[in-house]
Design a protein around this ligand. Sequence first.
Ligand code: 5RP
Length: 230
Amino acid sequence: MSINKKKIAGEKAAEFIKDGMTVGLGTGSTAKYLVEKVGEMVKNGLKIQAVATSKATEDQAKELGISLVDVNDVECIDIAIDGVDEIDRDFNATKGGGGALFREKIVASLANKVIWIMDDSKLVESIGEFPLPVEILPYGYKVTFKRLEALGYNPVMRLKNDGLFVTDNGNYIADLHIGAPADVDDIKQKLDNTVGVLETGQFLKMCDCIVVGTCDGARIYDAVSIIAGC
Ligand code: 5RP
């Protein structure tokens, strides 16, 4: 039987969740295992409230009996745990493969502790190979697309069921094929100045630690231990 590294990471990260916390629940196939585990913990008596980063996660959490709270009704989030598409040793990450990047960034920005969970394939020398998703406004999206093209970012509009992919916020996603190594600060500055781009999947140094599922179990790294290679 093959080892499920995403499950290993998701379940390990759930151990950080304690009674009384407000928890940000991520989106994607790794986060699904986390939410599953949290549901089990809630059934066994854990008392938390959660903020979901997508409709999909909200549905899963509801099904499992996890109490949900609207993001507008929390002052802060104690811990946010979410998946990631690519991450380097400086904790510069790309997220949004599932299209939930805008809500994921709002939730992470409100959290006192941020943990990214992943299998070990997500750890890379330099990010850029995974297409960088950017959420763009439907109004004038073709103009925005041309601006992204002019920046040399090789944008591709994300599709679903023969139409454009629509985010939970009613917007579109353009995936930027930039390549590694990406100059993340330069890209950030240019995208911040591109009218029509609402948010990006660049999550630069936003996490406190990462939980990585490997063949030998879960490894936890913070900014210091990952640089030291421990
Ligand atoms: C969704 C995300 C996901 O967390 C990211 O795409 C990782 O997904 P997975 O755990 O399925 O590999 O950012 O918007």
